[in-house]
Design a protein around this ligand. Sequence first.
Ligand code: NAD
Length: 255
Amino acid sequence: MTSNTINLTGKTALVTGASRGIGRAISEVLMECGADVLGIGTSIKARDGDLTDHAVRCGTAFTPIDADLSDRAQINSLLEGVRRDHVEVDILVNNAGIIRRSPAESHSLEDWDRVLAINLDAVFQLSQAFGKQMIERGDGKIINIASVLSFQGGILVPGYAASKGAIAQLTKALANEWASKGVNVNAVAPGYIATDNTADLQRDADRTASLMARIPVARWGEPREIAWPVAFLASAQASFIHGTVLPVDGGWLAR
Ligand code: NAD
């Protein structure tokens, strides 16, 4: 019988972009559910203090690993390190992401390339590497952090919207191939969450007012409100869920 709580004891999760915001909350909640967490980020080793303490409180382990996900060579080194240490990743959370705001007609190709490299290319490279391990074991969970802009075009963020639309399609494409091999691939699509990623919007009083008027729940979401659905998708209770892009958006898409 499946447990009536989310129990990830004995599982190892790899969370990208674990140093702050949604990725930090996901790391915390997965550890609260019993998982050990490998947290990937740029200079995360220098800033992981709280997460290591949190792991101790949860009776789990947190291992920070520095890697710049815009650099394929650094992703290769990360993968080599994981292989060398014989780490088996049960849960992969592709969370790291960046946003660049500017009108489409002047959106620089450097910004376009960087957004696509981190938000999409790295997700495929990591999913392919860990998906292979999971297929061999016949068991694993991959959760991608998409966005409400996986469904909508947004304003002034053409590269970001393109990357998040692609994440929704990649989630479905991988699920179609891997569901029968014991791997659940799903995505959570956050609405407007109070993190550094939305700091510009939060500072803009007019934009905040118009967003709040448009969100049925009329407030910013908290990172932990994204983390709990991720933990659910990582759990045994979500065994029949494949290829879903789950909006967690305070009702934004319902309006
Ligand atoms: P954030 O800016 O607070 O955190 C982003 C994380 O990604 C950080 O830990 C950062 O270190 C990491 N990161 C950035 N570039 C990296 C790189 N080159 N290599 C490795 N790590 C890198 O943002 P957030 O709001 O916590 O966003 C997390 C995810 O949620 C992103 O994919 C974002 O697109 C998505 N999202 C956020 C919102 C929101 O409202 N905050 C809404 C929808 C989707």
